[in-house]
Design a protein around this ligand. Sequence first.
Ligand SMILES: [Zn+2]
Length: 142
Amino acid sequence: MAYCCVPGCRSFSRQNKDNTSFHKFPQDRELQKKWIVKIRRDIGPNFQITKNTRVCSKHFSPECFSRTLTGIRKLKGGSVPSVFTWTQQPNERKTLRSQEKWHLEEEHEEDESSTKDGPSNEECHVTEMPNTDIIMIIVWSP
Ligand SMILES: [Zn+2]
């Protein structure tokens, strides 16, 4: 049974209702690498490319396909998957950012009240959020 290895995609060959086709990873190393980057996976204990590891046709734009005389959908050489659930939600990242900001503001308030009795000279406070690339520096002036 072939299944689609794209995160969040539940396609596999047995429930092939809507004419989904499944495509093997390319033999070409460089192209294969591009696919892996595009589908946001890494080769490792949780992900290996086997003969059953496929990317379904939902992740390719229509111009990536050609049809054979017998009507079989074929992926053109050099095609790279480009259609994903995350590319269809361009605002996702933005929402995440504003949530992070909200958390930072909340922290800021807590910190302020706990340092109220301390020295009130200029204070530099560095908040580093785990698992993000944001480092926020808050400077209070007296
Ligand atoms: Zn898929």
